[in-house]
Design a protein. Structure first.
Length: 455
């Protein structure tokens, strides 16, 4: 009978090595946009992961050239005869560091500070790569890996260019598995073991409003000439109720979240809401960020304040993102949004709407055998704590691709991106204790899942 503490002891002993390896992986500026960083940085990160998989005994290790021009890393580790197959996912591409001057330490240099490890990608999601490696190393040291493991490390998740999704659809046999662990979400809070059971989808539109043949002098024509920027502002305002709730004609916005409770004070702190500024929307925080649609204006093309002239604007543009909760179809939501915009444009202004893409929402079956195995694993790795379920307001497009290709597969989402990680922001970090515990969790999960499938 395996010693349940052996996995934890092994992972703990491997943490110094994991820190050194994560430092190597973080050192690659693997932003999957050659306009910002050289492609060679992503290629070097992919090569590092491929070498790590080979060192762990993976077969069929390959750098997959995906249709968007990036590479995903694949490998397979054979388990015992008749064992189930588990696919482990992470991504090695990262968000750009934004304002590098605002980082306390260099973004591509893993730096320990106040008990956390700082660096771009430390939590999202290069830490996820290390989580998978630590779990497998612990199992190998304590009797062997009891399942067949496939690993896929994506190279363009942050860019949303669908490279891996398109590759998977063209090679449907490659990622087949009985269970999938997506290592790209996070605990509700550090120390609170959490699986993400829902993901909101996304629909994006670019909106252009035209009112004049060209800009006009505001002193000579202002007051009668229709201002395109003002018309756009009117349209954008129509997408919110007085309390800030999203209001798209015909789109339901009254669903209720049933999982863990997100207290408003905690949310204000996590989100950095300024003192005296109220939250928007109605219902619980969970309702608003996990169960209901949410519109965000991502950008507006208009004259900047510095250098602006006294002109009535002839044209204005905006990029809109609509987060779509489980239970709603992203394509239908996008149609409703487009129709709403056309209906609410004032003064007969001309409007052009461009489709900028979409991704469907996801809801997991939390009653599956895999979730039972994960709950048991988390109870061991987090003594005294029960597994919680939360949602995630963002999208992981590959999740729905895998659910569509392999409808019988059980999909779980865990990861290192708890609120203090500040992913996508400056000074991103990972809590090494979370890395340790979640690696122990994953090791126990693989063992539990193998036993459940045998039973």
């Amino acid at each position: 009978m395996p010693d349940p503490d052996a996995l934890a002891h092994t992972v703990a002993s491997l943490m110094p090595r994991a820190k050194a390896e994560l430092a190597e992986l973080v050192s690659f500026a693997s932003v999957a946009d050659p306009a910002q960083y050289p492609r060679s940085e992503c290629e070097a990160a992919a090569g590092w992961i491929a070498d790590a998989l080979r060192a762990e005994g993976f077969d069929d290790v390959a750098l997959l050239d995906t249709p968007d021009g990036t590479q995903s890393v694949y490998g397979r580790l054979a388990g015992p005869e008749g064992a189930p197959t588990v696919l482990l996912y992470a991504h090695y591409d990262v968000q750009p560091p934004l304002d590098e001057a605002a980082w306390v330490s260099p973004p591509f240099e893993l730096t320990e500070r106040d008990g956390r490890w700082y660096g771009r990608g430390a939590a999202d999601c290069k830490g996820g790569v290390l989580m998978h490696l630590l779990a497998l190393r612990a199992l190998k040291a304590d009797g062997g890996v009891p399942v067949t493991v496939k690993i896929i490390a994506e190279g363009s998740e942050e860019q949303g260019t669908s490279g891996l999704e398109d590759y998977a659809k063209a090679h449907p046999d490659l990622l087949t598995a009985d269970a999938v662990v997506i290592g790209d979400t996070g605990n509700f809070r550090a120390g609170v073991p959490t699986v993400t059971s829902t993901l909101r989808g996304m629909a994006m539109l670019a909106v252009r409003v035209d009112t004049l043949a060209g800009n006009l002098h505001s002193g000579q024509f202002g007051g009668a000439a229709p201002d395109a920027l003002a018309a756009l502002v009117r349209v954008l305002d129509s997408l919110r109720a007085e309390d800030g709730s999203t209001t798209v004609d015909g789109l339901a916005a009254d669903a209720v979240w049933q999982g863990i409770t997100y207290e408003e004070d905690d949310f204000r702190s996590d989100a950095g809401v300024l003192d005296g500024v109220g939250l928007i929307g109605s219902g619980s925080v969970g309702d608003r960020i996990w169960a209901r649609p949410a519109i965000t204006v991502l950008g507006i093309d208009c004259p900047p304040v510095v250098g602006a002239t006294p002109s009535v604007q002839a044209t204005a543009r905006a990029l809109l993102s609509l987060r779509v909760p489980p239970g709603q179809d992203a394509a239908e939501a996008k149609k409703l949004l487009a129709a709403h915009i056309e209906r609410h444009v004032p003064w007969g202004a001309r409007v052009a709407i461009e489709d900028m893409g979409q991704g469907q929402p996801f809801r997991a079956d939390t009653s599956s055998a895999a979730y039972g195995a994960m709950a048991e694993a988390m109870a061991v790795a987090y003594p005294g704590e029960e597994m919680q379920t939360s949602g995630q307001g963002g999208s992981i497009p590959l999740t729905n691709t895998l659910a569509g290709l392999y409808p019988e597969a059980e999909i779980l989402l865990i990861g290192l991106s708890e609120p203090e990680a500040r992913i996508h922001a400056v000074n991103e970090s990972v809590d090494p204790e979370e890395l340790r515990r979640l690696s122990v969790t994953e090791a126990h999960f693989l063992r539990n899942y193998a036993a459940a499938r045998r039973g």
